[in-house]
Design a protein around this ligand. Structure first.
Ligand SMILES: *[C@@H]1O[C@H](CO)[C@@H](O)[C@H](O)[C@H]1NC(C)=O
Ligand SMILES: *[C@@H]1O[C@H](CO)[C@@H](O)[C@H](O)[C@H]1NC(C)=O
Ligand SMILES: *[C@@H]1O[C@H](CO)[C@@H](O)[C@H](O)[C@H]1NC(C)=O
Length: 447
């Protein structure tokens, strides 16, 4: 079944010399970031293994249909990250990405580098920059999940700070650091009634301005053992009053977990997927049950339930993945498979239809499309976009034009190649150009 597609892709990518940008094969990873801008699911950062990291920025086009195991990723060559980071958080403010924290490694020295904790990416100009931030001094943190409110304030709760970077041991926190993206200032809120020291939780902001935190790893006091948080113990932070409160959720039993994903649906359900156990005594991770569950935030108290068909055609137990919501699809990217002990293949995403509550294999951007499109990573405010409707006719024309353009580009490429070769052999040996492959002429167009 796969073979014709792979063959086509091979011919398209290799024989036609269509370069790296159109046929980018991203390394498998976990602990990455993912955000949706302009009908593109952008992926960046993350770890390939304990000692190898990535800096590329690439995307999956969500304006066309695809099968979940036959993906075409596109590289944004100018979008290379300024640093390596994993276990960080990324938030979207309009079309600007704010990337904070995580383990951060300098690309040149390959050493840890926490000299700058926030990086900013402007989607329209494809440039990363380091914003000049005032206010309180905020420490490096890992395993946080930021949320952004409607005013552009980013809330960073607690997290982990590895003080021993060889053994990855360190401390958990429960402070609340707020980055105001309008005034470029950090504020560490002074609040009472603070919850347990926490990391790797789910964080989603409801339309009423209340942030819902649950799951992940906790510590009752500094230097106590880390333990998994009870999934029924919901921490609520009200961004209107800057106050914490607690809620005991009801409903189905949900295993405690870490490194899981969550998305908030427009009708107020938080859907969690995957993750793994954590134990201070064991370095192994185990799978959790159920893999998928929903928390109904319309009820008081919130209520957990396990959709009846959610185990049919379910993905394997994975952790360190990411989830984004686009129309009716929750899209799960990358991660590590606890059954096979292998990374999820990069040619594959998993699709959960939030209307039918079923895992599906075909992504269709026009399926049940609401009048406005709401996308959320579960840690971001909803973004409304108005994607263009594509008919199969325009798709066919587009494909035809694409192939035509590909053939044309190939011909130009071959002619240029022959001409250059001829010129080169006519001249004496000249010094080798140190040009990087990604800076080839023609490959630096904007996306
Ligand atoms: C990590 O991945 C890189 C690149 O794939 C590989 O060269 C290296 O051997 C791997 N290291 C470990 C510890 O698995
Ligand atoms: C956080 O960890 C770094 C080392 O990664 C250390 O230099 C710093 O002092 C730590 N900060 C706190 C508040 O513990
Ligand atoms: C804080 O952590 C302890 C130990 O895991 C747990 O018993 C307690 O319920 C937690 N408190 C809250 C409010 O979640």
């Amino acid at each position: 079944m796969d073979f014709p597609f792979k063959l086509f892709k091979f011919i398209f990518c290799t024989l036609l010399l269509i370069n790296l940008i159109l046929c980018y094969d991203p390394p498998k990873r976990y602990f990455h970031n993912s955000l949706i801008i302009d009908n593109r699911l952008l992926i960046f950062s993350g770890a390939i293994n304990a000692s190898t990291f990535t800096y590329e920025l690439f995307y999956l086009d969500l304006s066309n249909s695809f099968e979940n195991d036959k993906l075409t990723w596109t590289l944004i060559p100018e979008g290379n990250l300024p640093i390596y980071t994993w276990r960080s958080t990324a938030l979207l403010d309009g079309s600007t990405i704010y990337l904070y924290g995580g383990f951060m490694i300098n690309k040149d020295t390959h050493d840890y580098d926490y000299s700058n904790l926030v990086y900013k990416y402007d989607y329209s100009t494809s440039t990363w920059s380091t914003p000049n931030l005032g206010g309180d001094t905020v420490p490096p943190r890992q395993d946080i999940r930021g949320v952004i409110d409607n005013l552009g304030k980013i809330y960073i709760f607690g997290g982990f700070n590895a003080t021993n970077l060889a053994s990855y041991t360190g401390h958990l926190y429960n402070d609340m650091n707020v980055l105001n993206t309008a005034s470029n200032t950090w504020t560490t809120l002074s609040i009472s009634n603070i919850p347990n020291l926490s990391e790797q939780y789910a964080a989603n902001i409801l339309p009423n301005g209340i942030i819902v935190y649950f799951g992940g790893v906790e510590e009752v006091s500094d230097n106590a053992d880390f333990t998994l948080a009870n999934m029924n113990k919901i921490k609520l932070f009200d961004t209107n009053t800057n106050e914490w409160s607690e809620m005991d959720a009801t409903g189905d039993d949900i295993d405690p977990r870490t490194y899981f994903s969550s998305v908030l649906t427009p009708d107020g359900y938080i859907i969690i997927f995957g993750g793994c156990t954590y134990s201070a005594a064991s370095t192994s991770f185990f799978s959790v049950s159920p893999k998928l569950a929903t928390l109904d935030t319309n009820k008081d108290p919130f209520e957990w339930s396990i959709p009846s068909d959610s185990d049919v055609n379910s993905p394997p137990p994975i952790y360190g993945h990411a989830a984004n919501l686009y129309n009716d699809f929750m899209i799960i990217t990358f991660g590590f498979d606890l059954d096979t002990q292998l990374f999820s293949p990069s040619s594959q995403v998993y699709l959960y239809d939030i209307k039918s509550n079923k895992w599906v294999t075909t992504f269709n951007p026009t399926d049940n499309k609401p009048t406005t499109t709401t996308t959320t990573t579960g840690t971001n405010k909803p973004v409304t976009t108005t994607p263009a409707k594509k008919s199969s006719k325009s798709l066919a024309i587009g494909l035809g034009a694409g192939i035509g353009a590909a053939v044309l580009i190939t011909c130009i490429f071959i002619v240029t190649f022959i001409v250059r070769k001829a010129k080169q052999s006519a001249k004496d040996k000249r010094p080798n150009q140190n040009g990087q492959i990604l800076e080839m002429p023609g490959s630096n167009q904007r996306y």
